[in-house]
Design a protein around this ligand. Structure first.
Ligand SMILES: *Cc1c(COP(=O)(O)O)cnc(C)c1O
Length: 362
């Protein structure tokens, strides 16, 4: 069976080289006579993987020295709750930029712990664009401003050059575009990302936070939900998702071999340009997101006709181009072009789109 071109939004495609390496090491990792899955999380062999992931992330993201990298579980969704739980006292305010359903979910979770306020939202427009707002609209008293840098479902992104400087700590959900292009990480006080989009397998959640951000009294939270526990124990308070962390390490090494984040970003720019060009030149397919806010990792498009969309998705699958169906709340198609999607995969998609248009053109 040939490998599919998997355009899923997550869990997503992984580099084939990474999978082959994992396969080769499956039963005997570095002459241990064991799989990584069987190693003690307290063993030197495992700890070297654990530490490598943290140092590779620091290097690839050019993290300032006062940032801590945590390797946690529970997905990005747990961070929706852990962020306010750790940062808000009941009377504290926080500001939320609502750019899609994930940001909305995060906002709802914050209501359990403090007073989140909506800074701006484009929900009434179906999240077709990133809302504009003025920095003055962020309350000075807000404990943080929360935003999502890439809206996986709606196909929009907050470009690195438009990340606001607001004078309050900045918290970002980067689940679907971390390490796809460089963001200046000095702007962010806390960033989190579920691994299954661009970093590795499901089960691992990366949290990057600035030391000194946490103010809440020690002992005010269950240990497992307190960032300080994981900072103090180097993310080895309890058993971490060791195999997911190992695969993430291989993915990060793969990015390094490709030339690092700038090289990957350039490759991603070319890939996504190829697809948007095809959509924009087409008389059949269109993308109605605000141009300047178009995502580089999740491209949504449609013909505007549900039956034709379905035929497109089915025909694609017959060619091994899979998981192109759009999210149920948007409809149409969605092609996720994370780092591991090869340019050849996008080229095959574009070729198919052109052929499909000739057969179904208007
Ligand atoms: C996928 C996704 C989530 C949810 O991640 P889980 O790990 O399933 O909790 C949250 N935010 C964004 C931006 C996502 O793409």
């Amino acid at each position: 069976m040939a490998r599919k071109r998997n355009f899923s939004a997550g869990p997503a495609t992984l580099p084939e080289a990474v999978l082959n390496r994992a396969a080769a090491e499956m039963t005997n990792f570095k002459d241990s006579g064991m799989s990584v899955m069987e190693l003690s999380h307290r063993s030197a062999l495992y700890e070297s993987i654990h530490d490598e992931v943290k140092s590779r992330l620091s290097r690839l993201l050019s993290l300032p020295a006062d940032r801590e990298v945590l390797l946690l579980q529970g997905g990005a969704s747990l961070q929706f709750a852990m962020v306010p739980m750790n940062l808000l006292e009941p009377e504290d305010r926080a500001s939320y930029l609502i750019t899609g359903s994930w940001a909305k979910k995060a906002y709802k979770e914050a209501q359990f712990f403090g007073h989140p306020e909506i800074l701006a939202s484009t929900e009434a427009e179906g999240f077709r664009r990133i809302p504009s707002f003025s920095v003055e609209d962020v309350p000075k008293a807000a404990r943080y401003l929360y935003l999502c840098t890439n809206n996986t479902i709606y196909g929009t992104r907050i470009a690195p050059e438009t990340i606001p400087e607001v004078g309050v700590p900045l918290v970002a959900d980067m689940s679907s575009n971390i390490l796809s292009e460089p963001y200046d990480m000095r702007h962010f006080d806390l960033v989190f990302a579920g691994a299954q989009k661009n970093l590795g397998p499901a089960g691992l959640t990366v949290v990057i936070l600035k030391k000194g951000l946490l103010r809440k009294a020690s002992g005010a939270l269950p240990a497992i939900l307190d960032y300080r526990t994981h900072m103090e124990k180097g993310s080895l308070y309890n058993t971490p998702p060791t195999y997911a962390i190992y695969i993430c390490n291989l993915v990060l090494a793969w990015i390094e071999e490709m030339g690092g984040l700038d090289a990957v970003a350039e490759r991603n720019r070319d890939k996504v340009q190829m697809l948007y060009d095809c959509i924009d030149e087409s008389d059949l397919f269109f993308n109605d997101r605000a141009r300047e806010d178009r995502s580089r990792t999740n491209v949504v498009f449609t013909t505007g006709d549900a039956d034709i969309d379905r035929a497109f998705v089915d025909g694609a699958a017959e060619r091994g181009l899979i998981n192109l169906k759009g999210h149920r709340s948007v409809g149409g198609m969605r092609a996720s072009l994370y780092n591991a999607m090869e340019p050849e995969g996008v080229a095959e998609l574009v070729t198919y789109m052109k052929e499909f248009e000739v057969r179904n053109g208007r």
